[in-house]
Write a protein that binds this ligand. Sequence first.
Ligand SMILES: Nc1ncnc2c1ncn2[C@@H]1O[C@H](COP(=O)(O)OP(=O)(O)OP(=O)(O)O)[C@@H](O)[C@H]1O
Ligand SMILES: [Mg+2]
Length: 399
Amino acid sequence: MKAGFLEKLIGRLGRIGPEDVQNYLLRLAQEKGFLETIFNAIQEGIIVTDSNGRITYLNVAACEIFGLDGENAIGKPLDEQVRGLDWQALSHSDAALSRDMEIFYPANRFINFYVVPLLIERRAPNEEPNELAEAVGHAMILRDITESRRSTQQTIESERLSALTLLAAGVAHEIGNPLNSLHIHLQLMERKVKKLRATEDKRELQESIDIARAEINRLDSIVTQFLRAIRPSKPQLHPEDVNTIVQEAVRFFRPEIKDRDIVVETELRSDLPPLELDRDQMKQAFYNAIKNSFEAMKRHGILRIRTDRDDTHVKISFTDTGGGISAENLSRVFDPYFTTKSGGSGLGLLIVRRIVREHGGELAIESSEGKGLTLTIRLPFLDRRVRMLPDRERMKDEG
Ligand SMILES: Nc1ncnc2c1ncn2[C@@H]1O[C@H](COP(=O)(O)OP(=O)(O)OP(=O)(O)O)[C@@H](O)[C@H]1O
Ligand SMILES: [Mg+2]
């Protein structure tokens, strides 16, 4: 298509005969179709509005980003079509403007809005250019920046978490030393008590020593477990059966299941492929999830644990009847130290997520307040090495 076709046409307007009109119209329609095809092929969303903020054009990508029906949206105010869009703030400036925004419909995404005012100089072809241009609307270019934001967010989070775990590990370690010393002194006391005459006092002293020792052992095992849980260690991967790990994690809770009168229903799919996992870490993740469910249900209730698979992932889901969590709190469950429990550390889910991510997996939490919560872990089993093999074979043949 030749550039300047429109200019030529305008220049010749006076001399166009009726027989030419059809040809020219056809040509114009083709030109419009050509541009439309290009605009619909690009990934960026494009929206053009008039000076009242009504949509005059939008491409396919823009419709997808905002979940709009293209035909229907034309002529409608943009801020009515896109819920929650502050069109005033975006359009007030005379200069181009770039702003990142989070949208929640049809999907939760981060979008960069680049908004340029459209100015048109109204002058006749022979007139001198003048400064007065008329604002006829805005053109808006939309770019989906969710992925890049997500990876930045993940970097920040993982840095924050390593600083946090380092600190916590330091504290836990420091608790270990006085515990040791307490243990030794208790032993000394016990030896002396043993030598005393058998009296009521001796019996009471021995009883106190036993209680103190039991408490020290309890503290010691908490510190050890805590250190193991947060130590930022690379997972030691071995082929493992997820169902077995689930069963082992549940076994930890046997006394509590009885105590709290909770029913644990497991629906474990038998044909799961073995996964490359760090058994201890994954058990820790399952343990934290189950512990949360138990704490939410307090007494009575059902925890359903299901394992399933699709073509690429194994899925493990934990569904409880513990009353769930509000939407507001749901957005904070991965914040370090966020807890609604008096004795909670607020690190449990953070650790689950760290473990799952280090295995290349994903974590999802769904909850309806008042009913319960489902935590789903997806772990990939098609790893790259398997797909690389044919290439290596070929290289051998060629070499
Ligand atoms: N199954 C669940 N049902 C309802 N709320 C939950 C559930 N799991 C987690 N939560 C909410 O998420 C918060 C954070 O959970 P997380 O496991 O990270 O910390 P915590 O359980 O409070 O403390 P910790 O696990 O360190 O003992 C909890 O305080 C609770 O409010
Ligand atoms: Mg927890």
